[in-house]
Ligand binder design. Structure first.
Ligand code: ADP
Ligand code: MG
Length: 377
């Protein structure tokens, strides 16, 4: 769990701090009529540096597991403005031109640096590539696409409103929508997803910046996304950055004169996936109307589906029933990391402000359930 500092606005209007870290992984929420203590593997309070979060969350071990061939996932969960993007990327996303100070870089950039460093120092040859997807409900402002009615499901079918879409953030040009498929060997996968090789920190950082701030194309009306618009947009979509790590052991040590023989040891393929989830806040029925609330329902539906899968996975193995990964695109894409053979780190982000109390409590409950899930890597 990470608690962000109170913002200037929150301090100025006199918000109270209702969240306190008690050390030892416990966190205390105290407000009139509320008094609760939660325990987690780690709690980072407002003063914690980005580096301390990287080291203390187990992120470094996750990077090493990915090199060893495991599927590793880190997801940031929490209401809009709680610090998810800051934790993953740092303030780098708030400004399209000036790079963030090195000390403020987030889990992503620190992991890339760690991967590249390991790639140079290990007795292995790492091939790195990245793909970047977004699950977003595009049609809201344009047109609605009805969901095809599932055959013979009758009353069980979810009310068909909108289709959440999977979009490739790396492909140049207008956003392109990709189909999500399933196969026996690959499980759920995204068809025609772009994957870009990288060998340096600059390449991968530029790739992210271009995905977040697409340059205007000749003859197009597309504007650069302002940081404000970006934040409004990202609070409604889930972004998944996946780093594919292929490692081939190269045995040059004993025969320095011979050509390296990459096939001497089997190659390993791991992944490291960073998921910046949509804001988890509940949408007040009166606050949004019409199309907007349809969109909000969709987000809630996939976060709800994620929560549902987590709750079922958290039950002891013997009591487990079928896990409904198919309920949303998000859970399909995360199926492997959630229950299969993956290793997952969830960073629950919260605000210390009294105004966020109910969302904070709901995030802490969600995270407590997620903590009970065990996987078999
Ligand atoms: P989210 O992605 O959850 O919507 P952001 O990461 O955009 O939230 O954070 C909201 C604001 O709070 C941003 O201005 C960000 O710079 C600031 N912020 C978040 N976490 C921290 C932190 N740990 N330290 C300093 N500022 C933070
Ligand atoms: Mg964000």
């Amino acid at each position: 769990v990470r608690v962000r500092p109170l913002t200037c606005t929150e301090t100025q209007r006199g918000d109270q701090r209702v969240v306190h870290s008690l050390g030892d992984g416990t966190i205390h929420v105290s407000a009139p009529r509320h008094d609760a203590t939660f325990g987690f593997s780690a709690v980072f309070d407002a003063g914690t540096s980005q580096e301390a979060v990287f080291e203390g969350s187990g992120m470094r071990q996750l990077v090493e597991l990915a090199i060893d061939g495991f599927s590793c996932t880190v997801f940031a969960f929490g209401q809009t403005g709680s610090g998810k993007t800051y934790t993953l990327m740092g303030p780098f996303t708030q400004n399209e031109t000036r790079p963030a100070a090195p000390g403020l870089l987030g889990l992503m950039q620190r992991s890339f640096a760690c991967l590249l460093e390991q790639s140079r120092s290990r007795d292995s040859d790492l091939a790195l590539s990245a793909s970047y997807l977004e699950i977003y409900n595009e049609q809201v402002s344009t047109h609605l696409v009805p969901q095809p009615s599932p055959p013979a499901l009758g009353a069980l079918a979810p009310s068909p409103l909108l289709y959440p879409q999977v979009r490739d953030l790396l492909s140049p040009g207008p956003p392109c929508v990709l189909p999500l498929r399933w196969s026996k060997t690959r499980g759920f996968y995204v068809e025609n997803q772009l994957s870009v090789d990288f060998e340096s920190l600059e390449t991968i950082t530029d790739l992210l910046l271009q995905a977040l701030y697409p340059p205007p194309r000749a003859g197009s009306q597309r504007r650069r996304t302002s940081a404000h618009a970006l934040n409004r947009h990202s609070s409604r979509s889930h972004a998944l950055l996946t780093i594919h790590v292929r490692s081939r052991a190269v045995s040059t040590a004993s025969h320095p004169t011979r050509v390296p023989q990459p096939s001497a040891r089997p190659s390993k393929q791991g992944t490291l996936c960073f998921v910046d989830l949509a804001g988890s806040e509940r949408v007040k029925e009166t606050g949004s109307s019409g199309e907007l609330s349809v969109e909000a329902n969709n987000i809630n539906r996939s976060l709800l589906a994620l929560g549902h899968c987590i709750s079922l996975l958290a039950k002891s193995q013997g009591k487990r029933t079928h896990i409904p990964y198919r309920d949303s695109k998000l859970t399909r894409l995360l199926a492997r990391s959630l229950g299969g053979s993956g290793v997952t780190l969830m960073v629950a982000c919260i605000s210390p402000s009294s105004r966020c109390l109910s969302e904070t409590l709901s995030t802490l409950h969600y995270a407590s359930r997620a903590r009970k899930v065990t996987t078999r890597p």
